[in-house]
Design a protein around this ligand. Structure first.
Ligand code: PGA
Length: 250
């Protein structure tokens, strides 16, 4: 719930300009604005013929019907949305979203050709008790297993992946505390191996998120099992986001 519509449009315009200036066929950029901004931002993206993709921050677990206040996957698709964040730590924490609900949301996405971006990560206590790897692998399995057959049967390679994963340690989100490169490397290596055995015919992108800034993104993206980044605070103004974006093209 950040920014006004005008601020969001200015920000999107700056990002669109950056992508145009530095175009690279191997890079893909997406923004995840609040629901009410999707329409105007999609109009902006289309009018500029930009490759910037729209992602929603949430979706209903239901297909359609009397669910006041909910937004369905079909609605999002109609607005040109390409993917949805599922299980972001704020949804898990403030809205008590649990695996079962997250699976239903993922299922709605897959039935409507939206890319679920599944967010997972350990809290500080799990990190300190050295259980991070088994915890995140377990989270990955429980969120992905129900869809293994469905995703396996999808054609590959297509332009966009059927699924993305974002590893976001809870203690790193919005805190300025970032895991060491070795810690990120270790988690990503394990998650990437698990993804390869879950979905052997797809290269599922694995993003890192949590206090990413222009100061650390270059080194994080250089790690071999890091395919991209999910950025919160640093993406909210061009002043902090443009220097970060430039680092992605260094
Ligand atoms: P942050 O947020 O970059 O501000 O840590 C990440 C997120 O909200 O996913």
């Amino acid at each position: 719930m950040n920014l006004s519509l005008n601020e969001a449009e200015d920000l999107a315009q700056g990002i669109i300009h950056f992508i145009k200036e530095t175009s690279s066929p191997t890079s893909c950029y997406f923004i995840a604005p609040p629901f009410p901004f999707l329409d105007r931002l999609q109009t902006l993206i289309l009018s500029q013929k930009s490759s910037l993709l729209l992602v929603a921050q949430d979706v209903s677990a239901h297909e359609k019907g009397a669910f006041t206040g909910e937004v369905s996957a079909l609605h999002l698709k109609e607005f040109g949305v390409k993917g949805v964040l599922i299980g972001h730590s704020e949804r898990r924490h403030y809205h008590q979203e649990k695996t079962n609900l997250l699976q239903q949301k993922t299922s709605q996405c897959l039935s409507n050709d939206l890319i679920p971006i599944l967010c997972l990560g350990e809290n500080l206590q799990t990190r300190e008790t050295l259980n991070t790897i088994s915890f995140v692998l377990n989270q990955l399995q429980e969120m992905c297993l129900p869809f293994q057959e469905n995703i396996k049967s999808l054609p590959s390679p297509s332009l966009l992946p059927p699924l993305m994963i974002a590893y976001e340690p809870l203690w790193a989100i919005g805190t300025g505390h970032v895991p060491s490169l070795d810690e990120i490397r270790e988690v990503h290596k394990n998650l990437k191996n698990a993804l390869k055995s879950l979905f052997p015919n797809h290269n599922i992108p694995l993003l890192y998120g949590g206090s990413v800034t222009d100061k650390n993104i270059f080194d994080i993206l250089k790690l071999s099992d890091v395919d991209g980044a999910l950025i919160g605070g640093a993406s909210l103004s061009l002043k902090t986001f443009l220097p970060l974006l430039k680092e992605t093209r260094r």
